[in-house]
Design a protein around this ligand. Structure first.
Ligand code: AHM
Ligand code: MG
Length: 334
């Protein structure tokens, strides 16, 4: 419909809103809010090396990790933008202990969507100038419109997501998202502050040659994962595969989606559910993966079928090219 060089994210959101079945105007406003916050955070991330903004903020988040200043800042920017625009009824963030209910008295809680967000994932990479990302996930509330949101609005299985995406602050900044109708990627032109459609209809190759896992934890992995890693390294057919691990989920996922590959964060004898959070990291990435012809699993079953029990729940994660994830599952099942 448009030449791909010329379509902006704003135009794309509007052009596609009619294909969305419910409250499309509201979803468009919400996506535009995220787009704005992404630009603000991008600006901060880009100047991280210039100003005295690095280092620990002094707080510890709910997972007991030290927060760096940019995590706090990104968290604030996203929450502020969504609150100010009164476009959601609730927000849950990886950086907040509890969900936030947006009490907009004027409209009597008419908003229908909740947002779950990991404002700055992979933030241990910031002070070494390696890519980081923001991950977001959007659901329709399950409680009735007109009342404050409840925990159950956030504890929905990933298959209920109506949109999800990420922003990657990399060599260029990109926003990649899905509303359940494929995955599209937009690259920021920093001179104009505008995102342009650069990667229409992104698809994981059916299979690939890259495996991404923190192999330092090898001895602590389940036998199935060890065997799969050995399989990746064996010389046979198109193997050995290449090992690439940035330690920044968004970046590892993005590369694997373009080139073909598998990302794994298995459970280990040190962490019985792995490290990644079901609601803020795995579900949105799983939705994107499935929409891009890939697959996401906990090693045995589909990520998006899991019924969450708590906001900060962790889950083992295997995600990427379909055939590779299936092969890893085969090894897990043995
Ligand atoms: P974070 O939410 O504290 O940033 O942790 C998530 C990150 C992922 O982006 C990355 O894939 C993983 O943690 C790396 O963990 P590890 O250093 O244990 O390999
Ligand atoms: Mg994270």
């Amino acid at each position: 419909m448009f030449g791909k060089q010329h379509i902006t994210l704003g135009e794309f959101i509007i052009a596609n809103q009619d294909s969305f079945q419910y409250s499309s105007g509201e979803l468009s406003r919400l996506l535009n809010g995220l787009r704005l916050a992404a630009k603000v955070v991008n600006h901060e991330v880009n100047k991280a090396g210039l100003v005295d903004i690095l280092g620990e903020a002094g707080d510890t988040n709910i997972q007991g990790e030290d927060q760096q200043k940019l995590d706090v800042l990104a968290n604030e920017k996203f929450i502020q933008t969504l609150k100010n625009r009164e476009i959601v009824c609730g927000i849950a963030s990886e950086e907040e202990d509890d969900f936030i209910s947006i009490n907009s008295l004027d409209d009597n809680h008419q908003n229908k969507y909740v947002v779950l967000i990991d404002p700055l994932d992979g933030s241990s990479n910031i002070d070494v100038n390696v890519s980081v990302g923001t991950i977001f996930s959007i659901y329709r509330r399950v409680t009735p419109v007109g009342a404050p949101v409840e925990l159950k609005d956030f504890l929905q299985p990933g298959k209920n997501q109506i949109a999800a995406g990420y922003i990657i602050y990399g060599t260029s900044t990109m926003l990649v998202y899905t509303t359940g109708d494929g995955v599209n990627g937009f690259t920021l032109n920093p001179a104009l502050g505008t995102f342009y459609l650069s990667h229409p209809n992104m698809q994981f190759p059916e299979t690939g040659k890259i495996y991404s896992v923190n192999e330092g934890n090898y001895t602590h992995f389940p036998q199935g994962v060890k065997n799969y890693i050995k399989y990746c390294q064996q010389e046979e057919g198109d193997r050995p595969y290449t090992s690439r691990y940035i330690g920044s989920l968004v970046s590892d996922f993005h590369r694997n989606m373009i080139k073909g590959g598998i990302y794994m964060y298995p459970k280990s004898s040190m962490a019985s559910n792995g490290k990644l959070r079901l609601l803020y990291e795995c579900n949105p990435m799983a939705f994107l993966a499935e929409q891009a012809n890939g697959k996401a699993s906990d090693g045995y079953k589909r990520i998006m079928d899991i019924q969450p029990e708590e906001l900060h729940e962790r889950v083992p994660f295997f995600c990427g090219s379909k055939k590779m994830v299936e092969k890893a599952e085969e090894f897990m099942a043995q």
